[in-house]
Ligand binder design. Structure first.
Ligand code: SAM
Length: 288
């Protein structure tokens, strides 16, 4: 059973909500500096918690939208920012809040958060999978997840996450943050990453779904050669795969993990142009 909070004290951290509060003032400031919000910017903070980043953001951003799921923390934030009409609090699960509810212009939105690590992938995919994508995203994530996002082709950690993010955005590590910068102290190391979606997008709108399916098929069976995956998952013949490889200048006898995100984009486009679909997709799914 949850222990009751002590009056006048900060509420106890809830593990189920990934609550590890950032107590290092230097790290707090550097993360906000990485986003560099100005009075012309609208910013969404995911999981503001006890306000470690929020207070810096509130001083610098033109508009600030805080999305916090925890009842007690949302109540405290409401109380703290009640007199500030540039700050709005949405007391909900961020995974249930469409960007269109946060702002009239999602493509201009800047997003920041020391996020609950257990929902990092769904948060990333919600922000990046569909258009319009935010203008810029700065997130604290588990270091191992940052490594996977930033991995180079051929590296054993390179996979669906790297391709999913870097086919549509540039990504870089801002800094690593040690465990002692948080309370309670987490079990894992952390990194701050900056993700800037390509503007204009490099993946044509009609190829985006094809790219998602290709990535899923490719890394679902990463030990197989790409040509085998294309034959099994897309029902292509040996001749069709050979022609595809020649057209794109790709050696499809290699494994998917050896190809850069841009090559996945090229392959997804070529597959879409041939109306090649994995069995779970119908023709109507291709063009959104
Ligand atoms: N930003 C604060 C900081 O840096 O100290 C808190 C970070 S803590 C790692 C994650 C925050 O996300 C917590 O405040 C938690 O309550 C909140 N949270 C957890 N799940 C959430 C969800 N699905 N939607 C919105 N907020 C969530």
């Amino acid at each position: 059973m949850a222990r009751p909070d002590r009056p006048g004290q900060p509420p106890r951290a809830k593990k189920s909500l990934g609550q590890n509060f950032l107590i290092d003032p230097n790290a707090q400031r550097r993360i906000v500096d990485a986003l560099d919000p100005t009075l012309a910017d609208e910013v969404m903070e995911i999981g503001p918690g006890q306000g470690a980043l929020t207070r810096h953001l509130a001083e610098r951003a033109g508009r600030l939208v805080l999305v916090e799921l925890d009842d007690e923390l949302a109540r405290r934030l409401q109380a703290e920012f009640a007199g500030n009409d540039r700050v709005r609090i949405i007391h909900r699960d961020v995974l249930q809040v469409p960007l269109e509810e946060v702002t009239d212009d999602p493509a201009r939105l800047k997003v920041i958060g020391n996020i609950p690590y257990n929902i990092t992938t769904p948060i990333l995919f919600r922000l990046l999978e569909r258009r319009p994508r935010p203008r810029e995203i700065v997130l604290m994530v588990q270091k191992e997840v940052a490594d996977r996002i930033l991995a180079e082709p051929g590296n054993k950690t390179y996979g669906a996450l790297a391709v999913g993010v870097r086919a549509v955005a540039d990504a870089e590590r801002v800094m690593n943050v040690g465990r002692k910068s948080f309370r309670p102290v987490p079990d894992v190391e952390s990194s701050v990453i900056r993700i800037v979606p390509h503007d204009p997008p490099r993946v044509a709108q009609q190829d985006e779904r094809s790219l998602r399916h290709l990535t899923r098929a490719a890394f679902g069976q990463r030990r197989k050669q790409f040509q085998r995956i294309l034959r099994d998952a897309y029902g292509l013949s040996v001749e069709q795969v050979t022609a595809l490889g020649a057209e794109l200048g790709m050696d499809l006898q290699s494994r998917p993990e050896s190809f850069a995100p841009d090559r996945f984009v090229d392959l997804a486009r070529a597959l879409r142009e041939r109306s090649a679909l994995p069995p779970e997709m119908s023709a109507g799914d291709v063009d959104e």
